[in-house]
Design a protein around this ligand. Sequence first.
Ligand code: ZN
Length: 145
Amino acid sequence: MAKSPYSLKVGRVYIHKKCKQGTQVNGADFEGLCNPFKLCLGTVCASCGGPRGLKTFYWEDTKEPLDTYRKRLRTKVPAIYTYWWLWISPLIGLIAGSLIGPMLLKKSTLPIVAGSAVVGSLIMFLIVGPQVLMLIAPKKYYKLR
Ligand SMILES: [Zn+2]
């Protein structure tokens, strides 16, 4: 995968398939959109709004759909990144949540244990997991074409 001159400041343009209009994305939005370990289900079109599914947009320069691009990026880094993001980190959240929740609420009925486990794994999957990954393996995903 070739290095590219993309910068956070300038960003990159993606096209909305339906209306063929371009949208310039930059800064933190650009960084988040390109980080395949941050959950991103859709983005907006500057011309007709949104948010809409990532697969309805493609990069102007490479013509690659945004969802395909993000999936491909995950194959370009060590597989452990994906294991961590999809399995290890949510599993830690599941176990931690099922222990911490009942402790805080001073009740350990099944719904509380199960609910805390779900909350724990979601927090890990959506927030902590991706953050930790960026801490231990910082990577400028947006630089990858
Ligand atoms: Zn549009």
